[in-house]
Design a protein around this ligand. Sequence first.
Ligand code: PLP
Length: 457
Amino acid sequence: MSPGPDRSALVAAGRRHQWLALGFDESYFDADPIVVSGGEGPYLIDAGGRRLIDALALQSAGVLGHNHPRVVEAMREQLGRMTSNVAGVLPSDRSIELAAKLTELSGGELSRAFFVLSGSDANDAAIKLARQYWKNRGRGTKYKTIVRRHGYHGGTLATNAASGNNRYPHSAFEPLPAGFVHVESPYPRECRLCGGAGPCTLACAEAIEQQLVYEDPESVACVLVEGTMAVAGIVPPPPGYMARLRQICDRHEVLLIVDEVVTGMGRTGEWFEFQSEGIVPDVAVLAKVLSAGHMPLGALLAREEVAAAFQGPPERRFLAGTTLGGTPLACAAALAAIEVVAEERLAERVLWLGEQARARLLALQERSRIVAEVRVRGAMMAIEWAADGEAGTPFADVGAVKRRAIELGREHGVHFFGGPPQSLLLIPPSNIEEGALEQLLAAVERVVAGIEREFPA
Ligand SMILES: Cc1ncc(COP(=O)(O)O)c(C=O)c1O
């Protein structure tokens, strides 16, 4: 293999030519930037040869880590057979196999899979589906989508409107599509309802019902929620919350759409988080984890009754989708990833993983001045910090603290990324080995110790 350009040449060209996503600008290239050139399991490999644990593995898509050999092999095999990479309208052997497999994994009730490209694209399509579903059923006044503060559903115009995360301000893109109504989310540390101090009263679920009634259920098409909110900082739903939402949606004849873009593929102990919560949504939204981050791929899984509303004359059909949504190559990657998750029983392993991490992070909280909260759901974990720990007074410059935490992480061999400024998120691969998990948790301890030292109360 011929050597590529060296790291400094890449950094110079990157600064000059690549316009980075998610609001990063040229200054990214100033301070020891990571320029990815490879990956292996939990590690990403920098063009300078550094191996860093990817704490938010593949931007939370990496349930199997980077370049899983079985997934790569399945993709290689598929590339050898494929004459066209266009999925568009033509189903393929792989897309049909994957659709059937997803139905089986969902427990059978979500019997139709519709393929798209990404999480944003999938949520966008889910919102369109909900609106058209009611039109097709002769109830076209039902068009609104109820969403939540702190939620994140993507970067398209409609999914920006559906997101409630104040780190992704929307004003630059206004006017946003109409028809989105934001309500409180179950974020105990910021709860304005039952206050987060005592046991949760599920007032946050009641708030959804009250808003729904206020809007008039005849104007509402769907409620769109994540189970555990990922971008918000790994905030799991309180016990009973998702079941309550299911009841509310049934009572008012509104579709319940659950965004499983980060939480699917066994991350919470079941194939999908809604199964951990004992409910079946009307539509589940998948992406990122579906191909374990190896290919762009998203999917909607819908109940038969929902899909049935789109059968019949042409005007009833669901006119969503993209040219490259659900390519045989992407579906082959997803099928191989599913096999690995099943064979290695990773949905069970994440519970062990989560408990290992919880014990270490709680012990850290005990001895630390700054750890305010530890949150764990399966293989997803977060610590939240504050200048005085549990009392919750924010650091004066919370952005500076996070930037320093990321630098310290690098010094200890870990790439931390994402999440709110007051939190450090860990979403390691579900198959991370004990040695790498130890390295990751030890780095968290050192980062917290460093922040404590450098940012006195
Ligand atoms: C819960 C959730 N839904 C949707 C998305 C958007 O997915 P994508 O970046 O693939 O468009 C994200 C991205 O972080 C997410 O966390």
